[in-house]
Design a protein around this ligand. Sequence first.
Ligand code: ISC
Length: 473
Amino acid sequence: MEFAHSSAATSLDGTLVTRTCEVPDVSYRAFLSAHGTPHVHWSTPDGVEVVGSGAAVAVTGTGEGRFETVRERAGSVFDAMDADASGPARPRMLGGVAFSPDHGAAPPWSGFPAAQFLLPERQLTRTDETTFLTVSRYGPDVTAESVEAALDAAREDVAVLPAMVPSGDPPGVVGTAHLTTREEWHGMVETAVDRIESGDLRKVVLALALTVDLDAPVDVPSVLERLRRTYPECYRFLVQPTDAAGFFGAPPERLVRLRDRAVETEALAGSAARGDTPEADADLAAELVESEKIQHEQGLVVDAIRDQLEPLGAVAVGDQHVHRLATIQHLRTPIEATLDDDRHVLDIVSALHPTPAVGGLPPDVAQRVIHETESFDRGWYAAPVGWFDAGGDGEFAVAIRSGVAGGREATLFAGNGIVADSDPAAEWDEVRLKYRPILDELGHGDDVTADTDDPAEAVERTERATGDDSTAE
Ligand SMILES: C=C(O[C@H]1C=CC=C(C(=O)O)[C@@H]1O)C(=O)O
């Protein structure tokens, strides 16, 4: 395998050759399990799915300048490119960054750099009509003939894979543990509220982490496959640099999509549960819309995104509506901009991240409060994850409703916006709703969580009740 891994000490030097052919539809799970890590997966609610294994090129970056570093290194690769596909299967760099520029890669984030994007060695791209197989190689001696031969071999490998593999059973949850106690959470929220009242902070999004012991090793592609059915309106992603752990999730929130000069983004904030009946559901949605506190919380996100984009072009803020997902509903306002100049999507990502939907206001004060308050490393949680191409177009989601998992362990993350009149108990209940997408798919589905708004406790109760802890380590 050609593996060009950029670091501060080495410059990238070579030609990128990529060759693509159409193949019959094939199971992503089977494709990934046939090839070693690194693995990446990216799907959008409106169609394109990309899955890749191996790295023809990997670019990394650290610190405040990580977006710029990635952009420059990827640019030098794309500058010397011989690619035969220009549509959905065109070369893309897929990956993401850590929430904070001083990311330390401590467990469970071992193997996750502060920023990493890779151009997969083997990639499947599925659109509504067609599946493409792409093979890419990068290096000083790579020739078109060698990549065409590798594509022929890869096509033969893919031909024996099943078209579809049923997604299999969830691994099952043996037990869960919050890394922050309820009392600690109350203290965190009260301190943040005091700080907001004293005037130097307007909003901060504080997060919780939940460790989950699994009954069997997790198969993340299966989990993603099940999430496709339960959360079809969400993105789905996997970033797995090594065999040790993969970061994955089903985020409902777009950070940015850039096509030519057209920017599409959104302000997604404020949460309520789904009701058991249409009437209860409508009541909960009405509470969201009518709540001054939640309107304030979401309005700050709209204003901050508008302020970030206005220097770059003409901004249009759309109408707010309630965005309903299987287990939660949010206030959502679409925001579009037409840029005055050509820009790389990473410039927009860097300008927007973190929005006050996952960080706070003012951003630097909120970042400090998060750092001082949370007892765990956010790692890549709530950070941008997505792709960009040679022209600088791309799409990024905000990596929420996510977790990092390997073997029989997973760590899930969930955060909530804290504003002046936040109540710690209500925020505790609300934040735990956000574990549900992933926890339900790791556990035993609706049966486990149907009668409670606390999935973590429900799973614990169910496992205790069935005595199903025989495989606990
Ligand atoms: C930070 C998260 O959600 C954000 C997005 C929607 C609603 C949010 C809220 O209600 O606070 C958060 O801003 C998360 O899911 O971990």
